[in-house]
Design a protein around this ligand. Structure first.
Ligand SMILES: NC(=O)C1=CN([C@@H]2O[C@H](COP(=O)(O)OP(=O)(O)OC[C@H]3O[C@@H](n4cnc5c(N)ncnc54)[C@H](O)[C@@H]3O)[C@@H](O)[C@H]2O)C=CC1
Ligand SMILES: O=C(O)[C@@H]1CCC=N1
Length: 269
């Protein structure tokens, strides 16, 4: 039985927990300072506590997953030492917080896996990118992989400095897509459609197009051309969206760079 302790069961922690909770061979305890969020964690079957010091004295964690805000990670890592053995695995999903940054508080023993998941983890459709500390054994990586593959697609990278760009893409990315849905459906409403129909068209179009892109493996540029008739409606829209000065490519580049920069700042705060 693998004992997992999740510290912080807010938006991201709970998104993972609700998918993990059904995993065979694992037991989940949660430390969460907010009472209503503790109750929410308990409602899906976890044991939830107010602080690490309140955990049962015999609880020994094989894995501690930190999902607090970046500013609270140092304290949470320090607290985790009371329940995580020297050969335990420490995982964190916090934006910006480096493996070296956590090592100061974790001590030399535990392997550390820094991860960047996203909230579609709640339905097993997340994207998680991980980077493991130098002392991580293949068994530590395998343990992290078994937990993370339950919440979505997993990639390990060796160059930790890429985690800021990863955060700016897949970590924050669901928010970009949700905003796309807001803007796309609002445009449909402005064009005369009822709100619920406009939102259904926006969601199903984004879902179907993403699924087609994943399933076909074709370059999205080719799929785009397959929609675009010469002098047709799509070409008219793309002349706006692909404007080289103010189009989507320019906006995405600025947005992703702003997020990457913020991730770097969080690591330095
Ligand atoms: N929300 C998202 O989509 C993603 C968030 N992350 C990372 O996940 C972390 C959490 O983000 P959110 O879930 O959005 O924030 P959140 O505020 O919803 O969750 C953090 C939770 O930690 C709890 N907490 C704070 N200090 C604690 C402590 N000492 N012990 C126990 N619980 C404590 C808070 O009560 C809160 O419920 C952040 O570090 C963020 O960078 C990573 C990927 C995606
Ligand atoms: O906004 C944030 O800082 C966190 C990290 C990635 C998604 N949410």
């Amino acid at each position: 039985m693998t004992q997992v302790l999740l510290i912080g069961a807010g938006n991201m922690g709970f998104a993972m927990l609700r998918t993990w909770i059904g995993m065979e061979g694992h037991r989940f305890a949660v430390v969460e300072v907010n009472e209503s969020l503790r109750q929410r964690a308990e409602s899906v079957g976890a044991q939830a506590y107010d602080a690490v010091s309140d955990l049962p004295v015999d609880l020994a964690a094989n894995v501690v997953v930190i999902a607090t805000k970046p500013q609270a990670v140092a304290d949470a890592v320090a607290d985790s030492r009371a329940v995580l053995g020297q050969d335990g695995l420490l995982m964190s999903v916090a934006a910006g917080i480096t493996i070296d940054g956590m090592r100061q508080y974790a001590g030399e023993g535990p392997a550390i896996v820094r991860c960047m998941p996203n909230t579609p983890a709640a339905i097993g459709e997340g994207m998680v990118v991980c980077c493991a500390s130098a002392n991580a054994r293949s068994s530590d990586r395998a343990l992290a992989l078994s937990l993370l593959s339950a919440i979505g697609r997993v990639a390990f990278i060796e160059n930790e400095s890429l985690m800021d760009a990863v955060t700016a893409m897949s970590g924050s990315g669901p928010a970009y897509v949700f905003h796309l849905l807001e803007a796309f459906s609002a445009a449909g409403v402005a064009a005369g459609l009822p709100e619920d129909l406009a939102m259904t068209l926006a969601k199903q179009t984004v879902f179907g197009a993403a699924k087609l892109a994943l399933a076909s493996g074709a370059d999205p540029a080719v799929l785009r051309e397959q929609v675009t008739s010469a002098h047709g409606t799509t070409a008219a829209a793309l002349s706006v969206l692909m404007n080289p000065e103010v189009g989507l490519a320019v906006l995405f580049r600025r947005a992703v760079e702003a997020a990457r920069h913020r991730s770097l700042e969080l690591g330095a705060e």
